[in-house]
Design a protein around this ligand. Structure first.
Ligand SMILES: Cc1cc2nc3c(=O)[nH]c(=O)nc-3n(C[C@H](O)[C@H](O)[C@H](O)COP(=O)(O)OP(=O)(O)OC[C@H]3O[C@@H](n4cnc5c(N)ncnc54)[C@H](O)[C@@H]3O)c2cc1C
Length: 452
């Protein structure tokens, strides 16, 4: 198979297909915008999602629309790009085609795989129902509904043990997502109980962060992780390290051989790559990232590239680059420019080089950590920088303004604007909380023996 260039096929427009319009795919598409190359972007969602702020949707600080932007709208200005809403189910590398779930095939000259990652339940996929992760708007809304409903039910409960269970949240995984989530749940709970509820005792509120490893935030230097743990404990989060979760059910978590009744359980314990590697028949563990060359081309697949969380691009230390938005974005931008250079000029681009702009996690109101490699930052200044960086990274100007105003308002008032329990709350993947109506209905069912 030869590598066609514009010189070989002067009248043919090259066609680049990008699977996934997350951080990597969107950056790649934008870099290919307004060029002589035809571009097709395929995503199963119609929106680009700013995942780093999903925890704020889950804890009622932001609304889903604040952190999602229609892909079509973002790319509308580039006449050479078309957007397809579809689920990709396979790749035929010989025919150079992408297969969609509705049976349609889309041909490509170059293919970019940017399908991201998904939560890894380490062989316990049955835990997903009881402990959703934070990967989509749907999951963030599930968690928010669940959290808010539990407070409502606790307000009505008469039994202290039931109240305590309803006011107990367990976050599993002490990485940045778990830390952010635990801090935000604790702050939300304390604010709501103190101000809006009449029948709740703040001492019943428990937020537990479980980490299987020896410390939280293992990708950060030890002193920053220590600071984060001290801060979390200061706002009432119980941080349990070296404590693997043993079982999860809809109404409890088991660890250290003990069953703890809990109402809100959130999974943030690890991710695995999207299944795109299996589409290429790549060997290895399921969930393994796709190995790529320094120019991000998939090994032994000359027309296929992989970027972002789903790709295993090696850094200067020969270790895979971390699954971070900044890696995906830089790779997408690089690859778009590189493809343009290869396809229109026939020249080979230089290898991709990652520039670390700093690793960060927010712990609570006024507290964040930043690791820039040679130097670190923590506390209020780091939190301010975190806020500025995240606002800047939002996909367009309108979102930046909207989120900034809400954050400033929330900072001044501590209010949470998105405390909405929708009427059709508690979708099928969220377990039913004990509810008088449900209990009464099941009693009636038992008595009558009828199906309800
Ligand atoms: C809760 C959370 C917090 C995070 N916080 C941070 C942070 O603070 N800083 C940071 O740097 N990183 C953070 N990350 C990581 C960051 O979000 C990811 O590294 C980044 O999203 C990876 O970009 P990507 O383009 O590889 O994949 P994604 O952004 O996940 O995009 C993948 C896209 O592919 C689409 N897709 C997947 N499969 C298919 C298919 N079969 N067919 C069609 N479309 C498909 C998806 O719909 C999605 O739009 C966080 C992640 C999470 C989940």
């Amino acid at each position: 198979m030869t590598n066609p260039t514009l010189a070989e096929t002067p009248n043919k427009k090259h066609h680049v297909v990008i699977i996934g319009a997350g951080f990597g795919g969107l950056a790649c598409a934008k870099a290919l915008g307004d060029t002589e190359i035809e571009v097709t972007v395929i995503d199963r969602r119609n929106h680009n999602l700013f995942q780093p702020l999903l925890y704020q949707v889950a804890t009622a600080a932001l609304s889903p629309a604040d952190i999602s932007e229609p892909i079509r709208r973002t790319l509308a200005r580039y006449r050479n790009i078309r957007v397809v809403l579809a689920e990709v189910t396979g790749i035929d590398a010989v025919a150079q085609e992408v297969k969609l779930s509705d049976g349609i095939a889309i041909g490509y000259d170059r293919l970019v795989i940017a399908t991201g990652s998904e939560y890894n339940y380490f062989g316990h996929d049955d835990w997903r129902r009881a402990a959703p992760g934070l990967k989509s708007v749907h999951e963030a809304r599930q968690i928010r509904h669940h959290l808010l409903l539990a407070f409502e039910k606790a307000e009505r409960a008469t039994d202290d043990a039931e109240k305590r269970a309803l006011l107990t949240s367990v976050v599993i995984g002490g990485g940045p997502t778990g830390v952010e989530m635990a801090g935000a749940v604790s702050e939300l709970g304390r604010f709501m109980i103190g101000r809006d509820f009449r029948n709740l005792d703040p001492s019943f509120l428990r937020v537990i962060l479980l980490e299987a490893g020896p410390r939280i935030l293992s990708s950060f230097p030890e002193d920053l992780a220590r600071y984060a743990q001290d801060y979390l404990e200061g706002i009432g989060v119980e941080v349990l390290t070296a404590t693997p979760v043993e079982a999860i059910a809809t109404d409890h978590v088991v660890f250290n051989g003990t069953k703890l009744p809990a109402s809100c359980i959130v999974w943030g314990a690890g991710v695995k790559a999207s299944p795109a590697g299996t589409w290429l028949g790549l060997e290895g563990k399921p969930g393994a990232r796709i190995p790529v060359d320094p120019d991000l081309q998939v090994k032994d697949h000359p027309f296929i590239y992989a970027i972002g969380d789903t790709a295993a691009a090696l850094g200067p230390d020969d270790k895979p680059l971390p699954a971070l938005a900044q890696v995906a974005k830089q790779q997408g931008h690089y690859l778009g420019k590189a493809l343009c250079q290869t396809l229109t000029k026939g020249t080979k681009p230089e290898a991709f080089r990652f520039r670390n702009r700093g690793n960060t996690a927010v712990i609570g109101r006024n507290a964040a950590i930043f690791d820039f490699g040679r130097w670190q930052l923590k506390g209020r200044l780091a939190w301010l920088l975190w806020a500025i960086v995240h606002v800047y990274l939002l996909v367009n100007f309108e979102k930046r303004i909207l989120v900034s105003i809400q954050w400033i308002w929330r900072y001044l008032t501590s209010q949470r604007g998105a405390r909405l329990i929708e009427e059709d709350a508690v979708p099928s993947t969220v377990r039913d909380l004990p509810d008088r109506g449900n209990v009464e209905a099941s009693r009636l069912q038992e008595r009558s023996g009828e199906e309800m």
